[in-house]
Design a protein. Sequence first.
Length: 343
Amino acid sequence: MTARWLRVIATIAVVAAIAALIYADRHELPAAGRALRHADRAWLTAGVLVLLVWTANWVLLHLAARKVTGAGGYREFARLLPVTVASLALNLAVKSGNLAGLAAFSADARRRGGGGRVTGAYLAAAQTAEVAFVVTLAAGMAVVCWDGKIERAEIAAVVLFAAGLLSRVVALVAAVRSREVLRRVWVWPGRTLDRLLRRPPRQRDTAQADDFYDAVAAIRAHPWSAVPAVCFGVLVDLLGATVLWASLAAVGAGDRPLVALVAYAVSTLFGIVGVLPGGLGFVEFGATAVLASYDVPVGVAAAAVLVFRVFVFWLPLAVGGLLAWRLRASPGQRNRLRGAAHG
């Protein structure tokens, strides 16, 4: 069975599960509709403002990584803003371990005659964000354990996430030890997949591994310079949890920041280990289940999660998708596409 068919089967299974959940809780749909219709505009506005800060923080994370690796500095904020939003959209649209977003930064680098340092800086920022999520996850799990509400699904998700994180730690250790070791670790997943799918082994490009090695070498030379990037990485998740907090308050689920933190941590965890891009289905299920366990009515919880996902998924995907198209297409290509559309 090919990887494509595995993704198709997984997509069908997730869609069927979501449909079954909606059908089982169909009596909650009117409550969800009422919660959305009567949403508090002040809290929605607060959610939008936090979303803007969240977006700016992503830019600052990439700028911090670029500074420590010698690829740029904070003065590039305005120029890098659309590139970062485009990168976020690509990562939301494709399940790639956050590698898809590199295309936006690579396109920007080609325009400006940049090179490998940009790739290394992006990879450093992406890994920093994922490792920083451990802080938010630990806080969320601490609250869940304290309240005695941890479930088997959450334990399984933590185990899967830990396994993925372990592979990245191995890559980091390899990067510290040797460029050649890192190359072997870098191509190992692809070669393993070739064997599992019984297809001829393909030649793997190790250029990104070399860029990552150079980025880690720069951080090793000045370790304290990486502190801002780590702080911005942690803020990504704290601001995301704040968006969910505002979404909860907007639909009348109460002003409960700790509940929002737990729901954000668990749903993000489900989204990471889920098989669909952007955690589709997994984030919604995880967040709604956690909120319901804290006595939020299912309909109201679903409304809050819908608002939250509009903020941190659909809006960045729509805006970033347009920006990604503009970055990848040359002015001549865009003019030809517009002409074809009007013709």
